[in-house]
Design a protein around this ligand. Structure first.
Ligand code: PLP
Length: 458
């Protein structure tokens, strides 16, 4: 249905009466209207009142990578729905098998594909696989611990949340799952060790070895990392970081899980974020951009050596991966993912992400003279601006200031993102992650909106 066909007042009433918004304090709706989105085309979304916005965050949470209104994806899903919408993931189906082949060709060092529904779930699979694999490989040890990095986010389910380095996301939901412990972020702007790159000896990466030794190497199954920390502040690790991580993982035979839920599918200017670095993960998890959110789907792609460890005589009834996900393997979702990846390749959207991302960062550098612009960083069309009260002390701006900047951009018709209940006192990074089809004039509009907003900050 198009927005002209809706009764806006009725929808607002239904929203207030029945719908519980994600990540939202509903008290605000006593004085303001909830947002209701109705349609989208390209990088533009329209709300229930017909107001158009330039969507600088690809569906709010960086997932509509190819933009709205891509008919080939919608048609592929529709055609598949007519033929076979679904059959359980204990069986294959043509769309799923085509997707599995495609993902392993995009990730040539990985060999097997496990399908589920969300980023959290893809990470849960990775954790379960890591624990069971390690126990099968080292039956005399108990390798179950998973190490994560502070500031990274890995999902909303309780184990994924336990693997998340964002304290505000966890508060109130404890006790969390045991066996998850954090290491220092790879955050040069605010180095945990008070050092400067490159003379720092990469202590943040070395923290992994320290943590493994502290916990006991015979208790650690895996480490999970985002290639670029997304919601925790858009943090790009320094060159050489992943080489050290890789070496440590190999030394202690700890599995390396790369969470590509955000960075995957062109977001950072390459098909996968970790391709920017010299690293060879044992598992890669992906979700958002996999079908550009036209359908919910995620995947955990793993190395053959892991898969082989689960092979045994069928009479050994506990030796296989005893995991199931009803909707994991939906043929229609796989068809959507296939059409989405085809479109990313045919329209060279990774290349456009790099080109437009470089242009965006170049234009944002014009804002460096504003006293509150502390750091501008990112790769491809995944860019953050860290706002500070003082460039020397790097004291973060308040959430009120962040709210002003974002609200002002929204009022100008440009939707951007910000850290939301992540790190106490440090929710001070603005996020820009438009669809990969974005054009230079649209980027100019984003930068102009931010500039206008900064001029009004009090
Ligand atoms: C890096 C990362 N991993 C995992 C997730 C969880 O994905 P989902 O919300 O689909 O469960 C997110 C969500 O934002 C994410 O940013």
């Amino acid at each position: 249905m198009k927005c002209e066909e809706f009764n806006a007042d009725k929808l607002v009433e239904l929203d207030k009466k029945y719908y519980w918004h994600h990540l939202t304090q509903h008290k605000v709706f006593e004085t303001q209207e909830p947002t209701i989105m109705v349609e989208g085309k390209g990088c533009i979304v329209k709300d229930v009142h017909g107001k158009e916005f330039l969507d600088g965050v690809s569906g709010g949470v960086w997932c509509v990578n190819v933009g709205y209104g891509q008919d080939t994806i919608a048609e592929a899903i529709y055609e598949q729905l007519k033929v076979l919408p679904y059959y359980a993931g204990s069986a294959g189906n043509p769309a799923l098998l085509a997707l599995a082949e495609k993902l392993t060709s995009l990730l040539p060092k990985l060999d097997k594909v496990y399908i589920s529904n969300s980023g959290s779930e893809a990470n849960e699979k990775a954790f379960k696989l890591s624990r069971q694999y390690s126990r099968l490989k080292y039956p005399s040890q108990d390798r179950y611990k998973i190490i994560f990095r502070e500031r990274d986010y890995h999902g909303t389910t309780l184990a994924a949340l336990s693997a998340t380095g964002q304290p505000e996301r966890k508060m109130g939901y404890e006790p969390l799952v045991p066996g998850f412990m954090g290491i220092a972020p790879a955050y040069c702007y605010r180095c945990s060790f008070g050092k400067s790159y490159p003379s720092c000896n990469m202590e943040c990466a070395g923290d992994l070895e320290a943590k493994i030794n502290q916990e006991g190497a015979d208790t650690v199954a895996a480490v999970i990392l985002e290639p670029i920390t997304a919601g925790g502040g858009l943090i790009v690790p320094p060159d050489g970081y992943f080489e050290v991580i890789q070496e440590i993982c190999q030394k202690y035979d700890v599995l390396l899980i790369m969470d590509e839920v955000v960075c995957g599918f062109g977001r950072t200017g390459k098909m996968f974020g970790h391709e920017h670095f010299n690293v060879d993960p044992d598992m890669v998890t992906m979700a958002k951009g996999l079908a550009s959110a036209y359908m919910p789907i995620s995947a955990t792609v793993i190395k053959q050596k892991l898969f082989d460890r689960f092979l045994a005589d069928p009479s050994d009834t506990m030796h296989y991966f005893r995991d199931i996900s009803t909707f994991g393997g939906s043929a229609a979702a796989c068809a959507g993912a296939n059409a989405n990846i085809k479109l990313i390749e045919q329209q060279k959207l990774c290349e456009n992400s790099k080109e437009m991302g470089d242009y965006l960062i170049g234009r944002l550098k014009e804002l460096e003279s504003f006293p509150i612009v502390g750091d501008i960083r990112g790769k491809g069309l995944f860019v953050g601006i860290e706002f500070v009260e003082d460039k020397k002390t790097k004291a973060p701006v308040s959430e009120k200031v962040m709210g002003q900047i974002l609200g002002n951009c929204t009022a100008q018709g440009v939707l951007l993102g910000k850290m939301n209940r992540s790190i106490p006192g440090f929710n001070n990074v603005l996020q820009i992650a438009p669809a990969l089809i974005i054009t230079k004039p649209e980027i100019d509009r984003i930068v102009d909106a931010i500039k206008n907003a900064l001029e009004k900050v009090k």
